[in-house]
Ligand binder design. Sequence first.
Ligand SMILES: [Zn+2]
Ligand SMILES: [Zn+2]
Length: 371
Amino acid sequence: MLHASECSISLAMRILLPALAAELADDPRISQTPLVDKGFAAVRRIANGLYATISDFSKGSTTVCNGGFLIGKDAALLIEGFTTPSGAAFQMDALRMVSQVPVKAALDTHYHFDHSMGNSFYGVNNIPLCAHATAAKRIVESYSPMQGADKEAVRAPLEKTVKEAKSDAERAHAQSDLNAATIVFQVVSTSVLSLPNHPLDPAKLPMSVDLGGLTAVLESHPRHSGTDVIARVPEQNVVYTGDLLFSGWYPVCLDEKATLSGWRATLKKFASFDKDTLFVPGHGQLCGQEGIASIREMFDDIAGQAEKMYKAGVPAEEAQHRYVVPDKLRTSPYLPGASPSVRPSPSCIPNGKRPSPNTSPRGRGLENRGG
Ligand SMILES: [Zn+2]
Ligand SMILES: [Zn+2]
């Protein structure tokens, strides 16, 4: 079974990330010069004591997702376990270039492999690792079966789907799933799984983390993966969103625990944050409220098309292949280089029958197909 993020990897590999968004070029909070830039990721200061790690997979898969760190007078907080322990080590080295305060904890914003396969770095370094209370379980359930599995056995059912596709659209989608699954398998089967050891009970969030003159607030908004936790610094209007925000891309991951309505509600909430809020997305470039407006527009379109197909009684499987990216979004700078053919999750369609907006998406997510 495919899990979220798989699709994000295949999509991301085809997309060249734009430079720092023009809207943010003049933001005095953001350092125009990175603290360090290794190609696969660069770290820059984005506010007082706040840093963002922005990945670029076209130059390597050491980190894949974005992250960052927060430095107070007394302690620091690291964001994300990344795709490899080397990725987590890279970020730690960047932190040590600017501060020697003890690390209070690290946070996996959610369980997906691109954010958690580097967790063992934190184990080796005795850094407490926080995540949503169910993240550890989801890592075990999703990824331990892949370890020791036969690659061809994993690929076989997906290859069969490609062969049996009834149309070019179906075939391209199936091939995209196969490519994504192969990448996930390659990463997971060569990783040593490490689990967060400080579960965050969502019922007890939000929770303030005092770093000394800098307070981070951890909040639960589970609608990308069922395990999503964001880190906010309200005093400086900065939010580390994890994959609840894909900046500049189609929101490619819809986990089985994600809901379209829940995710849209979270984005609406982000839109209600201060107008000068700076968002560090799970993937893509830093953005302000314009980035939230853009992804909301995409979600509105998906929901609108799903509703139309639902009313027309289009079957679920067909509905996902019929989805059309509107011209306006195709040319959007927020869809850089993406194929004009992207599809929504079959999950717009409950029980595999008919599409309905605002219901639980299941299984595969939006994917770029072709090319
Ligand atoms: Zn991700
Ligand atoms: Zn994710």
